[in-house]
Design a protein around this ligand. Structure first.
Ligand SMILES: [Zn+2]
Length: 390
C-alpha cells in the first residue's frame, strides 16, 4: 500500500488541499488533512511526499493517431507501445489509438493489432480500444483523410472487430449511416458525427439513432450560419459531447471560450488529434498515407490542409487554463471524468475515487506534469519515463 500526502487533490467538484490518498493498484481511500496522521504511522506503508503538487486522475485521450514517429496505422506492437510511452509523459494514462481512412484491409489490420496490444499490455499509457475515424465519411469534408478509400457505411466491414472499437466517426447524411449507427449504439459503441456535411436537421435525426458525440467540433463539418445552423449549431445546442482540439490553431481561443460558455462544460472533451510528429521536431512525416509537413507547431498536407496536430493533452489543459473560464476541477474533467463517462468507464478511470484504478498525475503550479502513476506504479518520474518501473 502507498500513501501520497501533502497534495492538492483534484476531485470532480472540488480541490482538497493538504490531503492525501491511499492506494495500491486501485484507490483505497481519500484522506483529509486531519486524517493523515493516524494512517501515516501504519507499518508496511510507502509514504510519498506530494510536495504540495496537484494530484489529478490520469488523462484520457480519445482521439490520437500517433506520436514519437509512430502511427496507429503502422499496425505493429512497437508502434502502439512507443506511442503509449510518449503520451504518458504528458499525463495520458489511457487512450484510443485512432485509425485513418485507408483501404479496409489496412484498417482491419490496425484493429487486429490493437486487440493484440491490449491483451499483451504496453509499457506506458493503456490503450482502451480504437477510435475509428472513417472510412464512413463525406468526401467533401474529408479534411486530411484520403478520399480514395472512403466507403459507404456497412457494418459487415468491421463486424469482426466490434469488441475493440469504442468510437466510430461517421457522416450521418450518408446512405446506410442510420443502420450502422443503430447497430453500433445498441452494442454500446459511441457513434460520433464528423467529417460531415450534415444539416442541423440531419444531426437532430441522428441524435435519435443514438449518435451522441461530435468529432473535432468546427473542423471538417458544416459551420454555424444564422439561417442554417449546420452540424456546429446542432452540436452546440443538443445534448451531445464535443471534441475540442485546444492547440489554438484548429480553433481560435475566442471560439473555444464561446463553446465553454454555451455548452455545459461536462459535455466538452479535449483531444489532441496528435499525429506521429508529436514529441518530435519539425520535418516531413506521414498521416494516413499522405505526406505531412510540420512547421511552427502546425501539421499540414502539401495543399495546406491541417493534418492532425502535435499538441499534447497537458498543453491543451494549460491553454484552456489561460482562458480563465473554468474552475480547476471543471478544467481537469475535460480530460478525465468527461471522456471516461462517454466511454461508460467513469467507475474505473477518470476520477480519484475509492475503487478506481490508481492512474494519477502529479503537476506543479503551472500544470506541468511531474510524476505519473498507472495502476499504482510510478511510470514517469520528474517528467522522464521510468524504464525500470513498468
Ligand atoms: Zn483525427
Amino acid at each position: 500500500m502507498k500513501l501520497i500526502k501533502n497534495i492538492s487533490l483534484v476531485l470532480p467538484d472540488q480541490v482538497l488541499k493538504r490531503s492525501g490518498i491511499l492506494f495500491s493498484n486501485r484507490i483505497e481511500r481519500i484522506l483529509k488533512e486531519e486524517e493523515l496522521k493516524a494512517v501515516e504511522e501504519k507499518p508496511d506503508l510507502e509514504v510519498i511526499d506530494g510536495r504540495g503538487l496537484y494530484l489529478s486522475p490520469g488523462f484520457i485521450d480519445i482521439h490520437i493517431h500517433g506520436a514519437a514517429g509512430h502511427d496507429t496505422m503502422d499496425s505493429t506492437y512497437e508502434a502502439i507501445n512507443m506511442i503509449s510511452k510518449a503520451v504518458i509523459k504528458s499525463g495520458v494514462t489511457s487512450f484510443l489509438p485512432t485509425t485513418m481512412t485507408m483501404p479496409m484491409k489496412s484498417i482491419n489490420k490496425a484493429l487486429k493489432n490493437i486487440r493484440e496490444v491490449i491483451s499483451r499490455g504496453t509499457s506506458g499509457a493503456r490503450p482502451l480500444g480504437v477510435h475509428l475515424e472513417g472510412p464512413f465519411i463525406n468526401p467533401e469534408y474529408k479534411g486530411a483523410q484520403n478520399d480514395e478509400d472512403i466507403v459507404s457505411p456497412d457494418i459487415s466491414l468491421i463486424e469482426n472487430y466490434l469488441d475493440v472499437i469504442k468510437i466510430v466517426t461517421i457522416a450521418p447524411e450518408l446512405e446506410g449511416a442510420k443502420e450502422l449507427a443503430k447497430s453500433l449504439t445498441q452494442g454500446g459503441i459511441v457513434v460520433s458525427a464528423g467529417h460531415t456535411g450534415a444539416t442541423y436537421e440531419k444531426i437532430l435525426e441522428a441524435r435519435g439513432w443514438g449518435v451522441n458525440h461530435i468529432t473535432h467540433l468546427f473542423n471538417a463539418m458544416t459551420g454555424l450560419h444564422h439561417r442554417q445552423p449546420g452540424t456546429v449549431g446542432a452540436a452546440l445546442t443538443l445534448d451531445m459531447t464535443c471534441e475540442i482540439i485546444a492547440d489554438f490553431i484548429h480553433l481560435h481561443p475566442a471560439v473555444i471560450e464561446l463553446v465553454l460558455k454555451i455548452k455545459d462544460p461536462a459535455e466538452v472533451i479535449l483531444i489532441t488529434d496528435q499525429m506521429m510528429a508529436g514529441s518530435l521536431g519539425e520535418g516531413v512525416y506521414q498521416l494516413g498515407g499522405q505526406k505531412v509537413f510540420v512547421k511552427n507547431g502546425e501539421a499540414r498536407l502539401e495543399n495546406g490542409q491541417l493534418a492532425g496536430s502535435i499538441l499534447t493533452l497537458d498543453q491543451a489543459i494549460r491553454n484552456i487554463n489561460k482562458l480563465k473560464v473554468l474552475s480547476l476541477p471543471r478544467l481537469f474533467n475535460l480530460v478525465t471524468y468527461n471522456p471516461a463517462r462517454l466511454l461508460g468507464l467513469e467507475n474505473e478511470i477518470g476520477q480519484i475515487a475509492p475503487g478506481c484504478r490508481a492512474d494519477l498525475v502529479l503537476m506543479d503550479e503551472e500544470l506541468r506534469v511531474k510524476n505519473v502513476y498507472i495502476d499504482g506504479r510510478e511510470v514517469v518520474k520528474e517528467g522522464e519515463f521510468n524504464e525500470g518501473n513498468h
